[in-house]
Design a protein around this ligand. Structure first.
Ligand SMILES: [Zn+2]
Length: 217
């Protein structure tokens, strides 16, 4: 069985601001009754430590068209902050520092394409020509925001987190929200349906700023 996840990634938030934004998001999701307050690592269809979606919460599954016979369900919400982790506390959860090498990288295991912010050149991870991206990913593990990519097409150097994706396969950011259990295609439809805009607002994205990454893991 494969697991599916839709990640919304804030690529602009700073390391200093991300923990506070994550705690605020956690508090608001618990307050509106969207998720359970304690983090778990045994939620069905969810490979991350996450907060279980409450069965009476309509916000996530509202994005899944009911016509599909095997309708996916969002079972868990992971709120990921670079070099932090959630720990269960008697009253709920606490976000505490913990270094993890690949923290802040979000990508689809089926394939990664990254787009130069300067010229639009696409690097596909794997084939010859992707060495600059491999190097930047390595650098991210030790340097975080110091990691940059030298574009083989325009020769400009730009921070790794500014590299975008056309195929919704890759993003780097200090705050990522994982919606485990399905790929919510409505989040990338144009124009955005009201259910997608409502979910973005629920997750703290008031200006359509979050990059959407579809992960097949
Ligand atoms: Zn370029």
């Amino acid at each position: 069985m494969s697991d599916k996840c839709t990640y919304l990634v804030n690529r602009r938030i700073s390391t200093a601001d991300a923990p506070g934004a994550a705690r605020e998001l956690y508090r608001s999701l618990v307050e509106v009754g969207a998720v359970e307050p304690h983090p778990r690592n045994n939620i069905p269809l969810c490979l991350a430590t996450a907060f279980a979606v409450r069965s009476d919460c309509p916000h996530f599954d509202a994005l899944v068209p009911p016509k599909y016979p095997r309708r996916p369900h969002i079972t868990g919400v992971a709120i990921e902050v670079t070099d932090y982790e959630w720990r269960a506390e008697p009253g709920g959860a606490e976000l505490t520092p913990r270094y993890r090498a690949g923290s802040g990288l979000f990508f689809n295991n089926d394939g990664v394409e990254a787009v130069c912010p300067g010229c639009g050149h696409v690097i596909e991870l794997g084939p010859p020509g992707s060495e600059p991206l491999y190097k930047a990913l390595d650098d991210w593990c030790s340097m975080r925001d110091g990691a940059s990519v030298v574009c083989p097409n325009c020769a400009n150097t730009s921070p790794l987190h500014e590299w975008d994706t056309a195929s919704h396969s890759f993003a780097v950011g200090h705050l990522g929200i994982g919606l485990w259990g399905g790929m919510l295609g409505a989040l990338t439809e144009e124009p955005q349906p009201p259910s997608a805009l409502a979910l973005r607002r629920l997750l703290g994205d008031n200006a359509n700023d979050y990059a959407v990454i579809y992960c097949h893991i």
